[in-house]
Design a protein around this ligand. Sequence first.
Ligand code: ATP
Ligand code: MG
Length: 411
Amino acid sequence: MLYQKPKGTRDIHGPDLERIESLSSLARKYFGLNGYQEIRTPAFEFADLFIRSIGEYTDIVEKENYAFHIDDKTYMLRPEGTAPVIRAIIENNIGLPARFLYIEPMYRREKPQKGRFREFLQIGIELIGEADPFYDAEIIAQGRSFLVRAGLKDFRLEINSIGCPVCRRDYKDKLKKELRAKLDQLCDNCQRRVDKNFLRIFDCKQDRCQSIYAGAPSITDNLCADCLRHYQQARSYLDAFSLEYRENKTLVRGLDYYTRTVFEFKHHGLGAQDTLLAGGRYDLLMKELGGKDTPALGWAMGVDRLLIAMPENTLDRVSEPKICLMTSDPRYLRDLISLQSAVHERGLACAIIDPGISFKAQFKKANRLCADLVVIYGEDEARQGLYSVKDMKTGEQVSVPAGEIIGYLKK
Ligand code: ATP
Ligand code: MG
């Protein structure tokens, strides 16, 4: 054979390509309904963007990247989607808060194996400009909903909080003191990283290192007061979304600018590469890349792994964007979340606005999401057992008894 494709790449066609296309169009529809706009960024960027954002002492920057030099400049094939989206927002002066979806191939020079390729497709979302822990739970819930809609079963969610630079400063000393006597038992990578990128050591795949870390103090148990409060609130929102999860105190994100909530969805059918979807909050990245100090969060899903884990022909359809749900009181959030599931079940798009802000601010967000109808459930409505429904085009508002709301929205 004269020519072969490079190791770790694939030629995709036939049913495999059809499945990728259905999954991509499902993502466009589903996240479109939730207010996400698609973005495409270049397949290569200046290498510095990734080195700065992902961090020097990470697998991607140390060994897994495709960097190349032309005319005294160093470029890198895109290994991940978050840094380019943030760069694009800063460079194009895009107004915040913003929600972006990307569906793009990524390039990492790693050892090819089941579920691990050198060119692979990711679907990812980024929610930029939102600090409230409600959104930590919401993007996780949207990840779950998407996986369910795609037809995936039997996956599990793990979460953790990795705090902020304040908690990490004291924690780092504590951890190093604990590990000092065992340093020479760690693998070379961990020995180097314990100084440079100490949280990343928990991500080591070597059993011997893991057994040492099992007894070490965790960042989760050493959060500062603000991070602890954020984590507790995010978890109570996860409960409101009825999301079952396991706390994994050794779950960390290697990327330096991740803060607070991190999470992964895993699937048992994938073997060693069992993480399907991973993400978290990265409140420090925008500023690090030269933008304004802006909270943000997101996740990325490996489409190739999803297709390996998923039974065939389970891709269903979703309908047009329509409805936003609002309340002024977090106590009623549970009611809104069950209403949202009922509405989703009938194939209608429906997003909840975070309850911590004024109705005026909530309406502004509903407008941004292009809502046709807004459903309001406040104290008056709860007392009277009804919902107020506002038509965003005509401005007309009507009261609908709780028992009739689904039928009304469907109409
Ligand atoms: P891993 O620990 O498996 O290397 P990661 O932490 O490097 O994963 P992320 O950067 O979080 O992965 O990427 C998000 C998702 O993209 C992963 O959960 C996985 O589904 C997918 N992914 C990452 N690397 C690859 C790859 N080389 N081939 C296929 N899919 C991948
Ligand atoms: Mg990796």
